[in-house]
Design a protein around this ligand. Structure first.
Ligand code: TPP
Ligand code: MG
Length: 295
């Protein structure tokens, strides 16, 4: 195991591991119950994170206050693990509750599993983002989280490089943040994905892209939409050479392997945070037990 990061939950105790298991189980039950709620007419549409739970527990172990997420609709486990959302809020959004007291992410305006931290307080003033785990608002077009991920990571680079911005500690601690992106395997066939990977590599920004690979985009398998059917194989040209600054660190890890996932994310995060070299974690062998959504 790499050195524990005092600002994250990288201490693995018997209790913390059992707590992770409990959370994954609760999240899975929320997916199962949520689908039933839609299919029995209590909500209009549902899309859930079943099959992608374990990798998100590992991300949560390396995610620090001040970091940002730019992700997509499978990430309920991460939101629960970071403690920035509750199951009550998750279901309130599923039922499109119009009161932000119940659905703080969108007040019933967004489809479910679309998370968004509130950046302003009730008086309209900025909240201190370096004291919270942050999520930018999910958008429905798949892949659209990627350009914004680059923007969030680039902001950290600018905060680190520009001494005049050092005092703005409510937004950045000298660029020590990571922008965490998540994307499904099929969405990686989109132009926005490749443009964002290229831009992140050119700029050298602190971002970690997690690809949740369940081998499918709705019902279409990888072989019909990804060259060679294998994203990390395809991404190899972006891999940086040893001791070079430009390029990405690329990891490939099985989505059910909790110890390997935790090790990978903790190690990746410490390099990205320190060196501002971006990385990609290709998480394979994930599943989609209930199918794509309630459609
Ligand atoms: C730009 C765009 N095209 C199509 C869709 C419809 N759509 C929603 S999810 C999805 C499949 C995504 O598959 P993948 O990226 O593998 O994620 P998964 O659902 O498997 O986690 C599609 C085609 C969309 N939301 N946006
Ligand atoms: Mg998929």
């Amino acid at each position: 195991m790499p050195e524990p990061d005092p600002q994250t939950r990288t201490q693995f105790t018997r209790e913390s591991i059992i707590e992770d298991y409990r959370l994954a189980f609760r999240s899975r039950q929320a997916s199962l119950v949520g689908r039933k709620e839609v299919l029995t007419g209590k909500a209009k549409f549902g899309i859930f994170g079943d099959g992608k739970e374990i990798a998100q527990l590992a991300v949560a172990r390396a995610f620090r206050k001040g970091d940002w997420r730019s992700g997509y609709y499978r990430d309920q486990t991460l939101i629960l693990a970071l403690g920035i959302g509750t199951l009550d809020e998750f279901f309130a959004q599923l039922y499109a509750h119009a009161d932000t007291k119940y659905d703080p992410w969108s007040g019933g305006r967004s489809m479910n599993s679309h998370f968004a931290s509130r950046m302003l307080d009730d008086s309209g003033a900025w909240k201190t983002q370096t004291e919270t785990f942050n999520s930018s608002a999910d958008m429905s077009p798949t892949g659209s989280q990627m350009p914004r991920l680059v923007g969030l990571a680039w902001a950290s680079k600018i905060y680190r490089d520009n001494a005049d911005l050092r005092g703005m500690v409510e937004f950045s601690r000298s660029g020590d943040e990571i922008a965490w992106g998540t994307i499904g395997n099929a969405s990686c066939a989109e132009g926005m994905f490749w443009e964002s990977v290229n831009a992140g590599g050119v700029l050298g920004v602190p971002m970690i892209i997690s690809i949740w690979d369940d081998n499918y985009g709705i019902s279409v398998p990888n072989e019909y939409q990804i060259t060679k059917g294998d994203l990390s194989e395809l991404l190899k040209g972006f891999q940086r050479q040893p001791r070079q600054k430009h390029g990405f660190d690329i990891y490939r890890v099985k989505g059910w392997d909790y110890p390997a996932l935790c090790e990978t994310y903790i190690a990746a995060a410490s390099i990205v945070r320190m060196e501002h070299v971006p990385s990609i974690v290709h998480v394979i062998e994930l599943t989609q037990p209930q199918g794509h959504s309630t459609c």
